[in-house]
Ligand binder design. Structure first.
Ligand SMILES: Nc1nc2c(ncn2[C@@H]2O[C@H](COP(=O)(O)OP(=O)(O)OP(=O)(O)O)[C@@H](O)[C@H]2O)c(=O)[nH]1
Ligand SMILES: [Mg+2]
Length: 304
């Protein structure tokens, strides 16, 4: 298996080209000037880093250029790398096993197609290999195919799944899964949820109900809500965080599909503007294509 950092670098190569390839091209052209800084700012914004983070990065570059601490392309890259690592590093990740309270519940939520079910498959495999007793609740009962899909992932990762029929009440499945996880002494219960119902308010009401049932069934256990974002959607990811946070709260993000997209800069916008911790990133469709998010490594991979 490829070394994880090499894999990360390879996955981020399109984002990197979109950002630093373009910045390299303008830096080769002229000395640092206001015009050049404007060009760099435009590249940052176009690369989905967001206006707020781009403005801050340009301000830092301008200050450093005035003080003569940044004079050539290498200095510009070193400064951007450090600043980006700092923006990303301000976020704390959540721990999977918390003392004296098991199971820990992770409600996996997000709009349709972002990679919820796949991410649960990857997490289940990861946690199981780390020796954590992991279980899955199949609370996306909206489509029969969803139950089949999560069942395949459960089998692949060798973890137990609690499921029901298509059309069953997801909150009832959640209740059964909570009881089973407690009875089997599970360390972590991963809850798959629907991404689309008839309306958005239906979906939010359903997620809220699942959360309520979990909290009631496992009153002494930490119930986390992890929002899955598709890294290829760019700035739209920011509004998804706002919608889900308002409706049900969310204490961590998992950003998927960073492989093969040029829009991975959105992770910097998310960190700078929203401050919600990023727990993991998805960098492929395979079971091992998930990495804990590491700010320094991520920034390093963007410049390596
Ligand atoms: N390239 C890539 N594809 C991914 C990644 N994560 C998920 N996918 C793909 O995205 C597609 C949708 O994934 P699902 O896991 O079914 O998404 P979901 O959020 O559960 O979808 P719904 O249940 O319909 O809301 C699948 O084809 C996955 O293989 C990733 O990190 N990289
Ligand atoms: Mg799904």
């Amino acid at each position: 298996m490829a070394n994880p950092f090499d894999k990360l670098k390879k996955s981020l190569s399109r984002t990197k080209d979109n950002l630093f390839g373009k910045i390299s091209a303008v830096l080769g052209r002229e000395n640092i000037s206001d015009d050049l800084l404007d060009d760099i700012e435009e590249i940052l914004i176009e690369a989905d880093i967001g206006v707020q983070a781009s403005t801050r990065l340009i301000e830092r570059l301008r200050e450093s250029a005035l003080e003569n601490r940044v004079t050539d392309a290498d200095d510009v890259f070193a400064l951007l790398k450090n600043e980006i690592a700092m923006m990303l590093g301000g976020l704390k990740q959540s721990t999977v096993v918390e003392p004296n309270a098991s199971p820990v519940v992770w409600l996996i939520v997000g709009v349709n197609g972002v990679g919820k079910t796949t991410t649960i498959g990857k997490l289940a495999t990861l946690f199981a290999t780390e020796g954590k007793k992991t279980m899955i609740a199949a609370c996306d009962t909206f489509r029969a195919a969803a139950i089949d899909q999560i069942s395949i992932w459960a089998e692949r990762s060798g973890v137990e799944i609690i499921k029901s029929q298509e059309g069953a009440d997801p909150a009832a499945v959640a209740f059964d899964a909570a009881a089973a996880a407690r009875a089997r002494n599970a360390d972590i219960l991963l809850v798959d949820t629907a991404g689309r119902l008839h309306t958005k308010s239906n979906l939010m009401a359903e997620l809220e109900k699942i959360k309520r049932v979990m909290t009631k069934a496992l009153p002494d256990c930490p119930i986390h809500t992890k929002l899955i974002l598709d890294g290829t959607t760019g700035q739209n990811a920011l509004s998804q965080v706002a919608v889900f946070t308002d409706a049900i709260g969310c204490d961590g993000l998992i950003i998927t599909k960073l492989d093969g997209t040029a829009k991975g800069g959105v992770i910097i916008a998310v960190a700078e503007e929203l401050g919600v911790p990023i727990d993991y990133i998805g960098i492929g469709e395979g079971v091992y294509d998930l990495q804990p998010f590491d700010a320094d490594k991520f920034a390093e991979a963007l410049f390596a």
